[in-house]
Ligand binder design. Sequence first.
Ligand code: PLP
Length: 389
Amino acid sequence: MSASTLMNTYPPAEVTFVSGSGSWLVDDAGNEYLDLLSGLAVTSLGHAHPAVARTLAEQSRKLLHVSNLFGNEHNEALAGTLDKLLGGGGQVFFTNSGAEANEAAIKLARRFGGRGRHVVVSAFGSFHGRTLATLHATGQPAKHEAFQPLPEGFRHANWHDTADLERLLDDSVAAVLLEPVQGEGGVNPASGEYLREVRRLCDERGILFILDEVQTGLGRCGAWFAHQRAGIRPDVVTSAKALGNGVPIGACWARSEVARVFEPGDHGTTYGGQPLAAAAARTVLSVMEAEDVPARAERAGRRITERLTGAPGVLGVRGAGLLLAVELDLPEGRSAVDVAGELLAGTHGTRAVVNAVTPTALRLAPSLLITDEELDTASELVAAAVGGR
Ligand code: PLP
């Protein structure tokens, strides 16, 4: 039996972090770690960003919460900035998490499609959240089994296979839901051609195209939103993770013709868009704009990719911007989990936080403000951990 009072949903933690600054974390024994994961692509501006900290302190002294029955001074302006970054012409619903943003998108698609047109088609290998509906949208059947029956109305197409997707698109389909780069599924980028083809299929059939940019959005992939690299306009986009730089907030954006099917009473939330989270997110977006994080992510991603491509023990680097997977050439019996564990333990020098996104690949999702020197340390550490087999 576990000695912990926490439910057994994650393996026991090897390290407990107590503070952080920029790309660095400190554990309860005082050890420093180069953070190349950002809490799973959340702290895109690094830890303890001074502007975010100031906003949180000021807002906590001013007003924390009033409910959505009343206005607050931040959520309209925040929605306006998000809408601008998504090309304009839309409206936003705020949530507390990525899964809730996707739930809002699924409910919106059902409301838009109407009775009989409620099915959402997503892709195998995807990840959309842990609530019952987003779990069913998540294209990983092994994760479904313990929780059957799941809500009806979800189908899965093979990833990056337009013929298989087309086969599933009948009159009951309200929306197609995809990640532009599958994050949890192994950092698998969709090509621009695939996304444009899906857009065309949806247009032909009057089906909504929802992009889950919870992990890929807000500069991480070298554009404000990863789908913009393909030059497409989705109908609905979900966001979360980096939006609060660690303060829980998510968003479901939809173009106005879609968004306006929601009427008062159709959907709601106690906390979504509350003053503390919305104030933090406004500061996050304004720092992101001032720092031009998409350009920084693109440049930094290229730098680390160039340094690791062709290094001994590295089969390749895939992804976009600063959402990368390093595919490893590992000897029998050694997995990416072992490599991540060694990096965390400091076996190869500086301690570093990475994630084994598959048994053979490391995910790198560092702060978008990471310095060149830190990036080079990261490449040297990964190369040292996997070189020499
Ligand atoms: N969608 C994607 C693409 C994600 O990567 C995640 C989380 O990893 C989620 C949704 C769920 O977000 P949350 O854990 O905030 O509910």
